[in-house]
Design a binder for this molecule. Structure first.
Ligand code: BV8
Ligand code: ZN
Length: 254
């Protein structure tokens, strides 16, 4: 592994305050949650447009609920991995770090990162299709849940293709796209918009970008560093390097 590039990436983190982090399914891969488009991907058996759209739900709510209940059962017992915890360490060292995730698995919640944005919603949320009553739902169901308030069918509280990102998430996304000094992009194929546009906006402002993805083949240039490793392997090492820089400064200050 190229120690030098890791130290450069750590020095970028050390020198900046407004750090934004965008994560995708890849950060949860080492927790045992399959990604969407990888060869272990959950889309493998299904096509996204056949399931994660309002039209698919209107056409066949039973099939869509079956897929989400399957994914809930897959995710329920999974735990955050060293990559999630490395981001908590980063947040403790650089308190202005802000996180936006595309993931709906809730592992950043469970890692103790604290406040962050789940821009595609949360897998364990049910929302009423009629009165919008909602709840977090960890029970395992046999069939489609119905609203206890109005009796209508409920839907998973996620953002489907063709649906807009929730307003609050949109605001956060836009603020970070304009303001962050450094963006870390971790474990995403960057094919889903608008999330995929974030690194483009940041590069256009010639701010710094650090990308972590084992399938990366791009070379580092200018203000972009690409770390072609699994997040659970490289992120803890990167934060170790950052901690060394803080320690060195404390020694000098003494
Ligand atoms: C919208 C929730 C306005 C549901 C998901 C341009 C502008 C705006 C919209 C569009 C546009 N072009 C197209 C669109 C429409 C569409 C879109 O982007 N389509 C794509 C397919 C082209 N976007 C939308 O509809 C969005 N809405 O823009 O509203 C609007 C309204 C109406 C009409 C038009 C526009 C809503 C998109 C949200 C969809 N919902 N999820 C659910 O989960 O069931 S998206 C789904 O994909 C997940 O949320 C997932 O997070 C997301 C992105 O996938 P990734 O996270 O990147 O996962 P993937 O498997 O692809 O990649 C994993 C990566 O990890 C790989 O690169 C791999 O190498 C790496 N990896 C693997 N292991 C590791 C690792 N990395 C590190 N460590 C490891 N160990
Ligand atoms: Zn209702």
């Amino acid at each position: 592994m190229d120690e030098n590039i890791l130290q450069v990436a750590a020095s970028w983190l050390f020198q900046h305050e407004k750090i934004a982090v965008l994560t995708g399914a890849g950060i949860s891969q080492e927790s045992g949650i399959p990604t969407f488009r990888g060869n272990d991907g959950v889309w493998k058996h299904y096509r996204a447009q056949d399931l994660a759209t309002p039209e698919a739900f209107a056409r066949n709510p039973e099939l869509v609920w079956e897929w989400y209940l399957y994914r809930r059962q897959l995710v329920r017992e999974k735990k955050p991995n060293p990559a999630h915890y490395a981001l908590v360490r980063l947040k403790n060292l650089k308190q202005k770090t802000e996180l936006i995730t595309q993931n709906v698995d809730g592992l950043h919640r469970r890692s103790g990162f604290g406040e962050h944005t789940e821009m595609h919603g949360y897998l364990f949320r049910d929302v009423c299709t009629r009165c919008s009553w909602e709840r977090e739902d960890y029970e395992s169901h046999e069939k489609i849940p119905h609203c206890p308030r109005c009796g209508s069918m409920m839907r998973p509280g996620v953002v489907w293709f063709g649906e807009s990102i929730p307003e609050k998430a949109w605001q956060h996304f836009h603020r970070l796209s304009r303001e962050c000094e450094l963006l870390m992009v971790i474990g995403t194929s960057q094919v889903v918009y608008p999330a995929a546009a974030l690194s483009q906006y940041v590069r256009q402002r010639s701010a710094y970008v650090i990308e972590i993805n084992p399938e990366l083949t791009t070379s580092c240039q200018g203000k972009s560093i690409y770390l072609g490793y699994k997040a659970g392997f490289i992120l803890p090492k990167l934060i170790d390097e950052l901690e060394k820089l803080f320690k060195k400064t404390r020694e000098v200050d003494r």
